[in-house]
Ligand binder design. Structure first.
Ligand code: ADP
Ligand code: MG
Length: 265
């Protein structure tokens, strides 16, 4: 297993947030974590990334207790990919990707040929090589997101953690980013993403995890997990799940709106 989370429990002060979370991810899978705001998704990610050491239970990375992995190696093997954002200063796409290799570059050294080659290769993996010398601030949100993923790849991380990576992207860019995520998984990268888009989670994931009030309430294949009762349990909205194209696609629609629409002329 690439990642094993066992009976993970975490509190902020007196406030329990994660309560007995169990997760197992095989290498090369795309897992989508669904759950309402405040469920504990980001807190779970911070625990996995070693930012909240005060948890009980275990986090194993390829079988190794994450507590025993030196922080520098942990930072290299698990990458956090933020949402696309505008940095304070202007960088080229290549500069942004090179920042991912800085954990392997000694302080004050400028990146050498090997780092630049790794960065270019990472961009190429994401079909972004032509963007290397463009200004990061002047490319689309989807391209920025791909540059941030390239940064994680240049760092040689095999487990990529993405917290709502497509939340600020238009529909086309959401699809483009998720298609690249699928390609990465075919190359053996493991991706764990939080998302608020159940339809997208169904279409692009090998596994859906559902979290509510700090507990995993469902986990498994998208076909097994993505159901109307689960959507109702997670989001408190009466839902209908429609199946299309021999169940390759499922879309979740709110039941009351469906009824309304039928009455339109
Ligand atoms: P999600 O990412 O699923 O929206 P979070 O993990 O961010 O949820 O938050 C889970 C719960 O923990 C929420 O109730 C939130 O208010 C609380 N929380 C998050 N961060 C902190 C913090 N630094 N201190 C105290 N409580 C926090
Ligand atoms: Mg969050």
């Amino acid at each position: 297993m690439m990642l094993d989370v066992r009976n993970l429990t975490f509190s902020y002060g007196q406030r329990p947030v994660l309560q007995g979370v169990d997760i197992s991810l095989k290498a090369g899978c795309v897992a989508s974590l669904l759950g309402p705001n405040g469920a504990g998704k980001s807190t779970l990610f911070k625990c996995i990334l070693g930012l909240l050491p005060g948890y009980t239970g275990d986090i194993l990375l390829q079988g190794e207790d994450a507590r025993r992995v030196p922080l520098k190696r942990l930072a290299r093997s698990v990458a956090y990919i933020p949402q696309a954002h505008y940095p304070a200063f202007n960088y080229t796409v290549l500069d942004m990707v090179l920042m991912g290799t800085s954990s392997r570059v000694s302080a004050f050294a400028s990146p050498g040929k090997a780092e630049v080659a790794a960065a270019m290769q990472a961009l190429d993996t994401l079909q972004m090589a032509d963007f290397a010398h463009r200004d990061y601030m002047r490319i689309s949100g989807g391209e920025q997101q791909l540059a941030l993923i390239a940064r994680a790849i240049a760092q040689h991380s095999r487990l990529l953690i993405m917290d709502e990576p497509t939340a600020s992207l238009d529909w086309g860019n959401q699809i483009r980013v998720m298609q690249q995520v699928r390609r990465l998984s075919e190359q053996g990268y493991t991706i764990l993403q939080a998302t608020h888009n159940p339809n997208q989670a169904y279409l692009f994931s090998d596994e859906i995890l559902a979290m509510r009030s700090g507990r995993i309430v469902a986990a498994g294949s998208p076909r097994a997990v993505f159901t109307a009762p689960l959507m109702e349990e997670l989001y408190g909205i009466s839902a209908q799940v429609e199946s299309l194209r021999d169940d390759c696609i499922r879309v979740c629609v709110p039941r009351e709106i469906c009824a309304l629409e039928c009455e339109l002329p």
